[in-house]
Ligand binder design. Sequence first.
Ligand code: ATP
Ligand code: MG
Length: 751
Amino acid sequence: MNLHNLNDRQLEAVLHKEGPLLIIAGAGSGKTRAMTHRIAHLIDEGVRPWNILALTFTNKAAREMASRVGTLIGEKTEDIWIGTFHSVCVRILRRDIEKIGYQRSFTIYDTDDQQRVLKELFKRFEIDDKELSLKEMSAIIGDAKNKLMNADDWFAQTRRDRRSQTIHDLFTAYDARLKAANALDFDDLINKTLELFLDHPPVLDYYRQRFLHVHVDEYQDTNMAQYTFVKLLTEKNRNLCVVGDDDQSIYGWRGADIRNILEFKKDFPDAKVVKLEQNYRSTQLILDAANALIKNNEGRMDKSLWTEGKKGDKIRFAAAGDEREEAAWIAEHVRRLRSRKVPLSEIAVLYRMNAQSRVLEEMLMRAGIPYRVYGGTRFYDRREIKDALAYLRCLINPDDDIALKRIINVPKRAIGDATVQVLEDHANERNMTMYGALRDLPDSLGSRPRKCVESFVDLMDTLKAKQQEMPLGDFVKLLLDETGLLAQYENTTDDELISKRDNLLEFLGAVYEYEKLTEDATLESYLENVALVTDLDMQEDAPQFITLMTLHSAKGLEYRAVFIAGLEDGLLPSSRAKQEDNRLEEERRLFYVGITRAKEFLYLSRTRQRAIFNQASFNQPSPFLAEIPRELISDEYGKTMREHFGEYKPPKERVRASQRPPKMSFGIPGMGQDPGQIPGVQKGFVSSIADSAAPVSQIFTEGDQVLHKKFGVGKVVGTSGKGAEARVTIIFTAYGEKEFSVAIAPIVKVN
Ligand code: ATP
Ligand code: MG
């Protein structure tokens, strides 16, 4: 095998034979390349492909790794297990899950299914969602599972008050519901594998003997469950190679523990450590920006990226009036890149939140630039697609209550909520699933609903029979017709319905495509494939598109030109993250990940005003912007830059991020109004309202239009007192009536 295209350090890692190995280095320094070459080299040296396991973070990364290893060693690659933690665990569970009381045909519940289960339980437990929200509840469950705790373990480490008791009971019921439905959520995939390993040592032994060499890429983002999985597998033979960059740990909020990589030496004192410093991806200028930014984080391994490559173009920056202007600026620069012969597949637009994509999409569409969005309202999250998938899931796993309930009356077939309730009660009474109840209808069911249910059961039976004798694609086509899923969107001029129909057809296309590309395509394997396509993973290879995605999904990837949009305080860093110290550092790392995706061209932008989630907000620039040396930024936009830095004064002596007072983001909830339309307010004006009080010289009179920093637009309805005692009463559109001291409230008159 050709090892010439590696530097000495990479070579050291590749040639390392037995025992633990840590490759730690900054972005773009060839970590992943070292890992793929190492795998290929092991095989060259006579290690059998099935003795190698390689774990990555996304399916896309796994595919890429397989293809890179494939170019090095050819078809032997097929026998190597290369996959995400989730997909590898699914594979293990499909073989042996019966040992821990599930059936092999188990279903994988995604976030949406999970929410449905919780919603029902909230109803059953009569939870007031002001006290506990669905989101909170699923976060608690996810967090506990990542830390390998079940409901009881979780409860034991709380204050054990009433609230904890409620959460505990919900958690327990949730797990019981999944178990009854023969379903696992994403976290369960790993936890149940661990359970299997621990309760059935021969199974663990089998995999220990099988996987003689274990590799983990992006190790900085492993959580405790994943860490334990790796540790268990490698405890005996200790041939573990982990690869990562502490500066790119961006999943702390999902339980990833950066200490896993920082303390690898503690776990494996004899580990060989290889540090890579030379960067092969980006220009020196881009690296300078990345270095300057990331050195503001505490508690990291000190490293600095450098390249032998060229210095490169300066960073382009825009401070746009609003998100449309920002999107237009991006579209314009994509056009220019195109005329400089940069292929669209080498351009990416990155952002913090999925919701930011909509406006970008609209603008790109107008500019005639083909694009693809990854994540967000991804295709498989759309209602009509979920309906079709639910049918398929029911056919494979009839005990999947969530799927069954989703479709029992879709399209409408006169099985109303009342009937469903009767069936559900019946199922609960008899301690069986809904499917069981359908086959054993309760006497209390009236004759009309009984007929409807019976014909639904007939439909499902017919489908099941057909499914077993037809090829996958043709079967799905038949299903869309027979169930009436397609027909419900037929003969209509309603655009929304038409697009739902188009989506279903697109779905059918996807199934056919899958069938074409997969040997032995079965309904089971297809469903698994869909369930594992997480939001990190929508990246397909499509040379003719530019790519839109969140910063989180961009990890490990590279593009010649990268745009990072929405560099605003409250967006990046997100307003939630700003409330916690370590989260702020994680946001900085996220920005670092974004910058280091760029090979040649980097574009940064922010807006003064942004409407997101149907709310207007006026944001300060991201504090991270001030951490990038000015001389790295093109003065093509000198004016906007001066404006920008004029507004945000970087502290003279750098205050440690953790000591910096939290900056209030200038959100005006519920306002949704363009300040340009409020009489007397010019664009950009609002953002100049200081945190401080209105000048005392302001005199308000009834009827004045005002703007309050937090409460938004309001109207003065009363005044009292004078001078320092002056008070004003205001009615706000979104918050009702409030009274303020004129001397200290952040209010300005706008007429
Ligand atoms: P990230 O931290 O973003 O995951 P990484 O450290 O895994 O980055 P790679 O993706 O392996 O880096 O490599 C970055 C780029 O540099 C790739 O295009 C790769 O092909 C190239 N590269 C890596 N090592 C070398 C080398 N020795 N000579 C030339 N090019 C290299
Ligand atoms: Mg990598």
